[in-house]
Design a protein. Structure first.
Length: 107
């Protein structure tokens, strides 16, 4: 992935639209439904994964990827859900990657 396609999440934006605030209510409902269904299936996958690890001593890649997809979707919509931006995310999950970067410790 090229550096120009990466963006920092949860960046302060000064301007906000009043109309977008009303549209956001409908989006919350739709995203909430998707998150609930996706989360329920992800929870079942985690439970199956637990038994898979207990019995076989290793992880199942498909179950792990499904749970990872749920977490990536959650992070992807979080900045819109918490009023950080007016840019609407897709309602249905789209492939995204979430990275963690450790910053140098300040003295």
């Amino acid at each position: 992935m090229a550096d120009d396609t990466k963006k920092q999440l949860f960046v302060y934006e000064h301007d906000a639209g009043r109309l977008e605030l009303l549209i956001r209510i409908v989006y919350w409902i739709l995203i909430g439904i998707v998150m609930w269904v996706y989360g329920l299936i992800a929870c079942i996958c985690l439970l199956v994964q637990w038994f898979h690890i207990l019995i076989l001593g290793r992880r199942n890649e498909g179950l792990s990827n499904f749970a990872k997809g749920y977490l990536e979707y959650y992070v992807h919509v979080m900045n819109y859900m918490y009023f950080m931006t007016d840019k609407r995310p897709d309602i249905m999950p789209v492939p995204v990657r979430v990275y963690e970067e450790e910053l140098p410790k300040s003295s």
